[in-house]
Write a protein that binds this ligand. Structure first.
Ligand code: SF4
Length: 202
């Protein structure tokens, strides 16, 4: 059984695949508890803005049916959470492929993922020595004012930094800081959380 918070069709808001339609499968549960203040489950720096406690237990056929209903013409599924790596199995990846979808995942990097994923985004929320998923299509770090460019242990095709943003107030200081970091480190590129723009214009 899988524990699932929600399944919905939406636009990927960040990273290299930003702007594309995807079915998001948001799994319940995370092995971390990211917070501004450092703690045993958080290196500190920012507060988690995702509700990952609620959800329902689902068998794989029911989950696949939900994905199919949401998908319409969309052919990409993104596994997210919480931490989707806790529930991503070879069986799940195969079932999604058999149904005709590509599979992407957004992980905090703290668990090693099974083979077969079509796109891996590692967005580290742990210290570098605790990262277990060390290869990715893209690696993306949230950076706030004063934080240096990461010294990442993840080998990726694309390296991104994302200005810290609480989804309520656009933080111009974090944005300008990240722009300046990229000017000095041109192997990195800027990723904005465009899915949060809606909350700014409402
Ligand atoms: S890894 Fe992501 S979902 Fe888990 S606590 Fe941190 S920010 Fe929240």
């Amino acid at each position: 059984m899988y524990r699932v918070n929600e399944v919905y069709l939406s636009i990927q808001g960040e990273g290299i695949r930003a702007g594309t339609a995807n079915v998001f499968v948001r799994f319940t549960g995370c092995n971390l508890l990211c917070a501004q203040e450092p703690g045993p489950k958080s290196p500190g720096g920012f507060d988690c803005d995702t509700e990952f406690i609620s959800g329902r237990a689902m068998a794989l056929p029911d989950l696949m049916e939900w994905i199919q209903v949401e998908a319409k013409m969309c052919r990409w599924v993104i596994l997210t959470g919480g931490e989707p790596g806790l529930q991503t199995t070879a069986e799940l990846i195969e079932a999604i492929h058999v149904a005709g979808f590509m599979v992407a995942i957004e992980t905090n990097g703290s668990v090693e993922l099974p083979a077969g994923l079509d796109w891996i985004t590692v967005s580290p929320k742990v210290a570098e020595h605790c990262i277990r998923q060390k290869t990715a299509d893209e690696v993306k770090y949230v950076r706030s004012h004063g934080q240096a460019i990461p010294k990442t242990c993840v080998s990726a095709v694309h390296y991104l930094i994302s200005p810290g943003f609480d989804g309520i107030h656009f933080d111009a200081r974090n944005y300008q800081w990240c722009v300046d970091l990229i000017k000095q480190n041109p192997n990195w590129r800027l990723s904005l959380q465009t899915h949060k723009v809606g909350s700014l214009i409402r």
